[in-house]
Ligand binder design. Structure first.
Ligand code: ADP
Ligand code: MG
Length: 574
């Protein structure tokens, strides 16, 4: 039998600390949260040696009495909750009562603090969990927590720290997140005495976007807001072309708490589905307000994770909010309001409450209206003020519009139109078919034939009616209408390949989606094909009737607008 021993309090403390304090940035996060919970208006973060040598967070918040500060450094001491139920009406970031104790267990901490109205302040010093000093001191009202020599007594931990640049980057990220979610609070970050980030107090989060996310988002990120019952999501989404190779440009907050959450990330990506390239990620900031009773924050000591009571509803609301913004294509508007004006003035859209009117389960890229494309050769599309000028490289269509000039990529535009038409058809029963007068025969590999045998229904919904003709051969009775002029058997072969590649647990929605994209691509007017005015104008009109006209299913732009302002700038008139 193994010998069972009780761990010493010192080891217990260090193990507990390990869960909360992973790196310098975790210390910054906890101290910032404490400063915010103390209602601070201004918070200063000073760092030496990327946080390994020193982290000092100074706030002008409520402060603590001498007695309180001595309690605060003990483990499991908090002023924020008393019972477990309090977790479900929580309005503070902290609730575990462990941060100060954990940080003190693995560093040298000095806290000075004074409550407003008190004559003198208090100072405590703790080294590796041992109280070294407690007494009165003179200090401004508020609290300053100094953390020196992080992990001096757990050298093994130091080995897991990354380069100074990376650790400092993590600290900046924590600050950017705090700044995005708490616009009224002023934040400053100093490294080696130099001001690294400065966030003056602002009225609303939109003013913080450029400060926190960088210059590249300026003018390229747009607000969205949606509310259902007490659930409210708002935030900002970058234009589709502002995409990134990873999800690091996605900032998620639940009740101002920064979180990592697959569900919310997924909802944002769903919002951008088929308008940004595969494997790319948008830049987005999501601020979800959820009644505290509906969200569990006690999932992990780092407090990065949450659980929703009604996750499906949160998921849908986020998709709808983001999709709504994309549908409006604010990045194509010529006159852009400054973002903070736009954010303030934009009304909150309300979705009806209650179960009777659920949001649709998923967004289909379905079309709103089906246009007929019946235009006379007057050069103008009736009612739109748009006139077709001609084709460049037999690929790009040039139009004049009341706002300036418009360029269309004929293939990308048609692909978008077809994708939405196909999705719409599929959603409403099935894709329109064209019977083949003389049915053709397609021969497959044994493996493919077996799989296809099981998916004849899926193929029929896609517009391909097949009937078994032999062991590995099938009669092709009909093909999707949009492919009738192309080589439908070629597309059928690819469809078969695609279906054969569906794993057992592939999501049907994703699978159909990739089939539809492929069919849209095959069916669409190719580049380098001459096009007359009538067809060009019909294409333009059909594109306007799409739900998400700005980008093709692969994430390339379908259109480029050149405004009068742009033209004047190009010619040096401005
Ligand atoms: P928690 O934040 O979960 O309560 P902490 O260990 O972070 O646990 O802090 C313990 C307590 O110390 C807090 O509940 C709060 O009362 C007090 N405290 C910590 N930091 C500050 C601060 N900057 N200003 C005022 N009070 C603070
Ligand atoms: Mg705390």
């Amino acid at each position: 039998m193994a010998k069972i021993k009780t761990l010493s309090p010192d080891v217990v403390a260090k193990i507990a600390a390990g869960e909360v304090v992973e790196r310098p940035a975790s210390v910054v996060k906890e101290l910032l949260e404490n400063a915010l919970d103390a209602q601070s208006a201004s918070v200063k973060v000073e760092v030496l040696g990327s946080g390994r040598k020193l982290i000092r967070v100074t706030d002008d918040g409520e402060g603590m009495t001498g007695e309180e500060v001595l309690q605060a450094i003990q483990s499991h001491t908090t002023s924020k909750i008393e019972s477990l139920e309090d977790l479900f009406s929580l309005r503070t970031f902290g609730f575990r009562g462990e941060a100060l104790a954990s940080i003190s267990a693995v560093s040298r901490v000095r806290i000075t603090t004074r409550k407003e109205g008190q004559l003198s302040g208090n100072e405590v010093r703790v080294e590796g969990g041992t109280l070294c000093h407690a007494g009165e001191t003179g200090c401004p009202s508020g609290t300053s927590v100094e953390v020196r020599d992080l992990f001096f007594n757990v050298p093994a931990r130091l080995k897991f720290l990354k380069s100074p640049g990376t650790e400092l980057g993590h600290i900046s990220e924590i600050l950017a997140k705090a700044a995005l979610a708490n616009p009224r609070t002023r934040f400053q970050l100093f490294h080696e005495g130099k001001l690294l980030a400065n966030y003056p107090s602002r009225q609303d989060p939109s003013a913080r976007l450029v400060e926190a996310l960088g210059k590249e988002v300026e003018g390229n990120i747009f607000p969205f807001r949606l509310q259902q019952g007490e659930l409210r999501v708002e935030g900002f989404g970058g234009e589709p072309d502002l995409n990134r190779p990873n999800g690091r440009g996605i900032y998620l907050f639940v009740n101002r708490r920064p979180v990592r959450d697959r569900l919310l990330t997924h909802a944002i990506l769903e919002g951008y589905r088929n308008v940004i390239p595969k494997d790319r990620y948008p830049v987005a900031v999501l601020l979800a307000e959820v009644p505290p009773a509906e969200v569990d924050v006690n999932v992990h000591p780092g407090k990065w994770e949450v659980k929703f009571a009604n996750s499906e509803m949160v998921h849908r609301l986020v998709i709808h909010a983001v999709r709504g913004m994309i549908e409006e294509m604010p990045w194509l508007k010529t006159e852009r309001a400054t973002q903070s004006e736009e954010f303030k003035e934009r009304p909150v859209a309300y979705l009806p409450q209650g179960r009777e009117t659920p949001l649709p389960l998923s967004w289909t890229d379905s079309v709103r209206v089906q246009s007929k494309g019946d235009y006379r050769e007057t050069g103008r599309v009736p009612g739109s003020g748009i006139a077709f000028l001609g084709q460049v490289q037999e690929t790009y269509l040039v139009f004049v519009s009341p706002e300036g000039m418009l360029l269309l990529d004929q293939h990308a535009a048609h692909e978008r139109i077809l994708l939405e038409k196909l999705s719409n058809d599929l959603f409403h029963g099935g894709i329109s078919k064209q019977p083949l007068l003389l049915s053709e025969v397609i021969e497959l590999s044994t493996n493919e034939a077996e799989i296809i045998d099981e998916h004849l229904g899926d193929l029929a919904r896609m517009g391909f009616d097949l009937e078994p003709a032999g062991l590995r051969t099938f009669w092709v009775k009909s093909v999707p209408q949009i492919l009738a002029d192309q080589d439908p058997l070629e597309t059928l072969r690819e469809t078969v390949k695609e279906i054969s590649s569906w794993g057992k647990d592939a999501s049907l929605k994703n699978s159909y989606d990739s089939l539809l994209k492929m069919m849209a691509c095959h069916g669409a007017i190719q580049a380098h094909r001459p096009m007359g005015g009538e067809e060009a104008r019909a294409l333009w009109t059909d594109l306007q009737n799409c739900r998400f006209p700005s980008h093709c299913p692969h994430g390339r732009p379908t259109q480029i607008k050149i405004s009068h302002f742009d033209l004047e700038k190009m010619f040096g008139r401005r």
